[in-house]
Design a protein around this ligand. Structure first.
Ligand code: ZN
Length: 276
Protein backbone atom coordinates (compact mmCIF):
# COMPACT_ATOMS: atom_id res chain seq x y z
CA UNK A 1 0.00 0.00 0.00
CA UNK A 2 1.33 3.42 -0.94
CA UNK A 3 1.73 6.01 1.86
CA UNK A 4 -0.85 8.84 1.90
CA UNK A 5 0.01 11.98 -0.08
CA UNK A 6 1.75 14.63 2.04
CA UNK A 7 0.53 17.60 -0.03
CA UNK A 8 -1.36 18.50 -3.22
CA UNK A 9 1.68 18.94 -5.48
CA UNK A 10 0.96 15.72 -7.41
CA UNK A 11 -2.78 16.37 -7.62
CA UNK A 12 -4.03 17.21 -11.12
CA UNK A 13 -7.61 18.03 -12.04
CA UNK A 14 -9.24 17.40 -15.38
CA UNK A 15 -11.07 20.54 -16.46
CA UNK A 16 -14.07 18.27 -17.12
CA UNK A 17 -14.25 17.53 -13.39
CA UNK A 18 -15.45 21.08 -12.65
CA UNK A 19 -17.22 21.45 -15.99
CA UNK A 20 -19.48 24.36 -14.94
CA UNK A 21 -16.41 26.57 -14.43
CA UNK A 22 -14.87 28.26 -17.47
CA UNK A 23 -11.15 27.58 -17.83
CA UNK A 24 -10.13 30.96 -16.34
CA UNK A 25 -12.11 30.39 -13.17
CA UNK A 26 -11.10 26.72 -12.86
CA UNK A 27 -7.40 27.45 -13.14
CA UNK A 28 -7.58 30.33 -10.66
CA UNK A 29 -9.45 28.19 -8.14
CA UNK A 30 -7.13 25.20 -8.61
CA UNK A 31 -4.06 27.39 -8.09
CA UNK A 32 -5.49 28.94 -4.92
CA UNK A 33 -6.24 25.44 -3.60
CA UNK A 34 -2.58 24.46 -4.08
CA UNK A 35 -3.19 21.89 -6.81
CA UNK A 36 -0.16 21.07 -8.98
CA UNK A 37 -1.48 20.32 -12.45
CA UNK A 38 -4.30 20.47 -14.97
CA UNK A 39 -5.37 18.12 -17.73
CA UNK A 40 -7.13 20.27 -20.27
CA UNK A 41 -10.09 19.00 -22.29
CA UNK A 42 -10.43 20.39 -25.80
CA UNK A 43 -13.78 22.06 -25.10
CA UNK A 44 -12.16 24.08 -22.28
CA UNK A 45 -10.17 26.20 -24.77
CA UNK A 46 -12.75 26.42 -27.56
CA UNK A 47 -13.14 30.15 -26.83
CA UNK A 48 -9.45 31.11 -26.61
CA UNK A 49 -7.39 28.48 -28.42
CA UNK A 50 -4.81 26.05 -27.03
CA UNK A 51 -1.87 28.45 -26.88
CA UNK A 52 -3.66 31.04 -24.72
CA UNK A 53 -5.00 28.22 -22.54
CA UNK A 54 -1.49 26.85 -21.96
CA UNK A 55 -0.19 30.31 -21.06
CA UNK A 56 -3.09 30.79 -18.65
CA UNK A 57 -2.40 27.49 -16.87
CA UNK A 58 1.35 28.08 -16.59
CA UNK A 59 0.75 31.70 -15.60
CA UNK A 60 -0.98 30.39 -12.47
CA UNK A 61 2.02 28.20 -11.66
CA UNK A 62 0.29 24.98 -12.70
CA UNK A 63 1.64 22.26 -15.00
CA UNK A 64 -0.24 21.23 -18.14
CA UNK A 65 -0.32 17.46 -17.58
CA UNK A 66 -2.13 16.27 -20.69
CA UNK A 67 -4.67 17.05 -23.37
CA UNK A 68 -7.94 15.08 -23.41
CA UNK A 69 -8.56 13.72 -25.85
CA UNK A 70 -7.86 12.12 -29.19
CA UNK A 71 -8.76 8.68 -30.51
CA UNK A 72 -11.95 7.27 -32.05
CA UNK A 73 -9.94 5.47 -34.73
CA UNK A 74 -12.40 2.66 -35.52
CA UNK A 75 -14.86 3.26 -38.37
CA UNK A 76 -16.84 1.20 -40.85
CA UNK A 77 -15.23 2.89 -43.88
CA UNK A 78 -11.69 3.64 -45.02
CA UNK A 79 -12.73 7.27 -45.42
CA UNK A 80 -13.90 7.39 -41.80
CA UNK A 81 -10.61 5.91 -40.60
CA UNK A 82 -8.60 8.40 -42.65
CA UNK A 83 -10.58 11.32 -41.21
CA UNK A 84 -9.84 9.99 -37.72
CA UNK A 85 -6.10 9.94 -38.40
CA UNK A 86 -6.24 13.52 -39.74
CA UNK A 87 -8.21 14.64 -36.68
CA UNK A 88 -5.68 13.02 -34.35
CA UNK A 89 -2.81 14.80 -36.07
CA UNK A 90 -4.71 18.06 -35.40
CA UNK A 91 -5.11 17.06 -31.75
CA UNK A 92 -1.34 16.51 -31.54
CA UNK A 93 -0.80 20.00 -33.02
CA UNK A 94 -3.15 21.46 -30.42
CA UNK A 95 -1.25 19.65 -27.64
CA UNK A 96 1.93 21.17 -28.95
CA UNK A 97 0.39 24.68 -28.87
CA UNK A 98 -1.05 24.03 -25.42
CA UNK A 99 2.32 22.83 -24.17
CA UNK A 100 0.87 19.46 -23.15
CA UNK A 101 3.43 16.64 -23.18
CA UNK A 102 0.75 13.96 -23.59
CA UNK A 103 -2.48 13.27 -25.49
CA UNK A 104 -4.91 10.74 -24.02
CA UNK A 105 -6.58 8.46 -26.56
CA UNK A 106 -10.11 7.09 -26.18
CA UNK A 107 -9.69 4.63 -28.98
CA UNK A 108 -13.19 4.18 -30.36
CA UNK A 109 -15.35 1.39 -31.67
CA UNK A 110 -17.90 1.24 -34.49
CA UNK A 111 -21.30 -0.37 -34.95
CA UNK A 112 -21.02 -3.35 -37.27
CA UNK A 113 -17.27 -3.67 -36.75
CA UNK A 114 -16.29 -6.70 -34.60
CA UNK A 115 -14.21 -5.72 -31.56
CA UNK A 116 -11.15 -7.60 -32.78
CA UNK A 117 -11.30 -5.80 -36.11
CA UNK A 118 -11.86 -2.49 -34.30
CA UNK A 119 -8.69 -3.10 -32.26
CA UNK A 120 -6.78 -3.77 -35.47
CA UNK A 121 -8.07 -0.49 -36.94
CA UNK A 122 -7.11 1.31 -33.73
CA UNK A 123 -3.55 -0.05 -33.90
CA UNK A 124 -3.27 0.99 -37.56
CA UNK A 125 -4.64 4.46 -36.85
CA UNK A 126 -2.31 5.05 -33.91
CA UNK A 127 0.66 3.80 -35.94
CA UNK A 128 -0.11 6.51 -38.53
CA UNK A 129 -0.24 9.26 -35.90
CA UNK A 130 2.85 8.23 -33.88
CA UNK A 131 5.47 9.75 -36.25
CA UNK A 132 3.61 13.10 -36.17
CA UNK A 133 3.45 12.95 -32.36
CA UNK A 134 7.14 12.06 -32.10
CA UNK A 135 8.08 14.98 -34.38
CA UNK A 136 6.02 17.31 -32.18
CA UNK A 137 7.52 15.90 -28.98
CA UNK A 138 4.07 14.83 -27.74
CA UNK A 139 3.48 11.40 -26.23
CA UNK A 140 0.29 9.39 -26.80
CA UNK A 141 -1.45 7.31 -24.14
CA UNK A 142 -4.00 4.61 -24.89
CA UNK A 143 -6.65 4.69 -22.16
CA UNK A 144 -8.47 1.37 -21.82
CA UNK A 145 -12.14 1.96 -21.01
CA UNK A 146 -14.41 -0.23 -18.88
CA UNK A 147 -16.06 -3.00 -20.96
CA UNK A 148 -19.46 -1.29 -20.54
CA UNK A 149 -18.20 1.11 -23.26
CA UNK A 150 -17.21 -1.60 -25.75
CA UNK A 151 -20.30 -0.93 -27.89
CA UNK A 152 -19.95 2.82 -28.28
CA UNK A 153 -16.67 4.30 -26.98
CA UNK A 154 -13.74 1.92 -27.06
CA UNK A 155 -12.85 -1.59 -28.15
CA UNK A 156 -9.80 -1.37 -25.89
CA UNK A 157 -11.14 -2.50 -22.53
CA UNK A 158 -8.19 -3.89 -20.58
CA UNK A 159 -4.65 -2.78 -19.85
CA UNK A 160 -3.59 -6.06 -21.50
CA UNK A 161 -5.25 -5.07 -24.79
CA UNK A 162 -3.65 -1.62 -24.59
CA UNK A 163 -0.24 -3.19 -23.97
CA UNK A 164 -0.67 -5.44 -26.98
CA UNK A 165 -1.23 -2.38 -29.19
CA UNK A 166 1.79 -0.61 -27.67
CA UNK A 167 3.99 -3.68 -28.18
CA UNK A 168 2.89 -4.04 -31.78
CA UNK A 169 3.74 -0.41 -32.57
CA UNK A 170 6.86 -0.37 -30.41
CA UNK A 171 7.39 3.38 -30.13
CA UNK A 172 8.71 5.13 -27.00
CA UNK A 173 6.15 7.88 -27.76
CA UNK A 174 3.24 5.49 -27.13
CA UNK A 175 2.13 4.29 -23.69
CA UNK A 176 -0.87 3.77 -21.47
CA UNK A 177 -3.15 5.84 -19.24
CA UNK A 178 -4.47 3.68 -16.39
CA UNK A 179 -7.79 4.99 -15.07
CA UNK A 180 -8.88 3.19 -11.91
CA UNK A 181 -12.56 3.71 -12.84
CA UNK A 182 -12.10 1.65 -15.99
CA UNK A 183 -9.72 -1.01 -14.73
CA UNK A 184 -10.28 -1.71 -11.01
CA UNK A 185 -12.39 -4.83 -11.66
CA UNK A 186 -9.63 -6.61 -13.64
CA UNK A 187 -8.04 -9.52 -11.74
CA UNK A 188 -4.93 -9.10 -13.90
CA UNK A 189 -4.53 -5.40 -13.08
CA UNK A 190 -1.59 -5.67 -10.66
CA UNK A 191 0.39 -7.79 -13.12
CA UNK A 192 -0.54 -5.59 -16.07
CA UNK A 193 0.54 -2.42 -14.28
CA UNK A 194 3.84 -4.09 -13.37
CA UNK A 195 4.31 -5.05 -17.02
CA UNK A 196 3.58 -1.45 -18.12
CA UNK A 197 6.31 -0.33 -15.74
CA UNK A 198 8.83 -2.83 -17.12
CA UNK A 199 8.07 -1.59 -20.64
CA UNK A 200 8.32 2.08 -19.60
CA UNK A 201 4.74 2.61 -20.76
CA UNK A 202 2.84 3.84 -17.72
CA UNK A 203 2.26 7.44 -18.84
CA UNK A 204 -0.77 8.59 -16.81
CA UNK A 205 -2.92 7.65 -13.83
CA UNK A 206 -6.56 8.78 -13.46
CA UNK A 207 -8.64 8.51 -10.29
CA UNK A 208 -12.29 8.74 -9.22
CA UNK A 209 -14.58 6.19 -7.58
CA UNK A 210 -17.15 3.58 -8.61
CA UNK A 211 -20.49 4.22 -6.93
CA UNK A 212 -22.75 1.36 -5.95
CA UNK A 213 -25.34 1.46 -7.30
CA UNK A 214 -24.28 3.42 -10.37
CA UNK A 215 -27.19 5.28 -11.96
CA UNK A 216 -25.60 6.40 -15.23
CA UNK A 217 -22.97 4.69 -17.39
CA UNK A 218 -21.14 7.95 -18.12
CA UNK A 219 -21.96 10.70 -15.66
CA UNK A 220 -22.22 9.09 -12.22
CA UNK A 221 -18.64 8.78 -11.01
CA UNK A 222 -17.86 9.35 -7.35
CA UNK A 223 -15.26 11.28 -5.40
CA UNK A 224 -12.40 9.13 -4.10
CA UNK A 225 -13.62 7.21 -1.05
CA UNK A 226 -17.31 7.33 -2.00
CA UNK A 227 -17.30 4.00 -3.80
CA UNK A 228 -15.70 0.60 -4.30
CA UNK A 229 -12.28 1.22 -5.84
CA UNK A 230 -9.15 0.49 -3.74
CA UNK A 231 -7.46 3.59 -5.14
CA UNK A 232 -4.47 3.72 -2.82
CA UNK A 233 -3.71 0.05 -3.41
CA UNK A 234 -3.76 0.53 -7.19
CA UNK A 235 -1.60 3.67 -6.86
CA UNK A 236 0.82 1.51 -4.89
CA UNK A 237 1.04 -0.90 -7.83
CA UNK A 238 1.67 2.02 -10.19
CA UNK A 239 4.42 3.41 -7.99
CA UNK A 240 6.04 0.00 -7.56
CA UNK A 241 6.09 -0.02 -11.37
CA UNK A 242 8.01 3.27 -11.30
CA UNK A 243 5.18 5.76 -11.84
CA UNK A 244 5.98 9.18 -10.36
CA UNK A 245 3.58 11.37 -12.32
CA UNK A 246 0.45 13.29 -11.39
CA UNK A 247 -2.62 11.65 -9.85
CA UNK A 248 -5.36 13.01 -12.08
CA UNK A 249 -8.87 13.44 -10.73
CA UNK A 250 -11.34 12.86 -13.55
CA UNK A 251 -14.92 12.85 -12.31
CA UNK A 252 -17.96 13.06 -14.61
CA UNK A 253 -21.01 13.49 -12.42
CA UNK A 254 -24.28 15.26 -13.11
CA UNK A 255 -24.94 15.16 -9.36
CA UNK A 256 -21.64 16.89 -8.52
CA UNK A 257 -21.76 19.32 -11.47
CA UNK A 258 -25.14 20.47 -10.14
CA UNK A 259 -23.61 21.13 -6.72
CA UNK A 260 -21.60 24.15 -5.55
CA UNK A 261 -18.28 23.77 -7.38
CA UNK A 262 -16.16 25.46 -4.69
CA UNK A 263 -17.50 23.01 -2.10
CA UNK A 264 -16.92 20.15 -4.58
CA UNK A 265 -13.30 21.24 -5.06
CA UNK A 266 -12.79 21.31 -1.28
CA UNK A 267 -14.21 17.76 -1.07
CA UNK A 268 -11.82 16.62 -3.82
CA UNK A 269 -8.70 17.92 -2.09
CA UNK A 270 -9.79 16.40 1.23
CA UNK A 271 -10.64 13.06 -0.40
CA UNK A 272 -7.33 13.09 -2.26
CA UNK A 273 -5.39 13.31 1.00
CA UNK A 274 -7.55 10.59 2.62
CA UNK A 275 -7.96 8.08 -0.21
CA UNK A 276 -5.55 8.69 -3.11
ZN1 ZN B 1 -9.53 8.65 -17.57
Amino acid sequence: MAPPPTDLSRLCLHTMTTRPWPLEEAVGRYARAGIGGVTVWRDAYAHCGPQAAGNLVRGHGLSVVSLCRGGFFAADSAEGRRRAVDENRRVVDEASELGAPLVVLVCGTAPGVPLEEARRQIAEGIAEVVPHAAAAGVRLAVEPLHPMYAADRSAVNTVGQARAICSEIGSPWLGIAVDVYHTWWDDRLADEIAACGRDGRLFAFHISDWLSPTTDLLEDRGIMGEGRIPIRQIRGWAEEAGFRGFLEVEIFSRRLWASDQAAFLAKITKAYMAHA
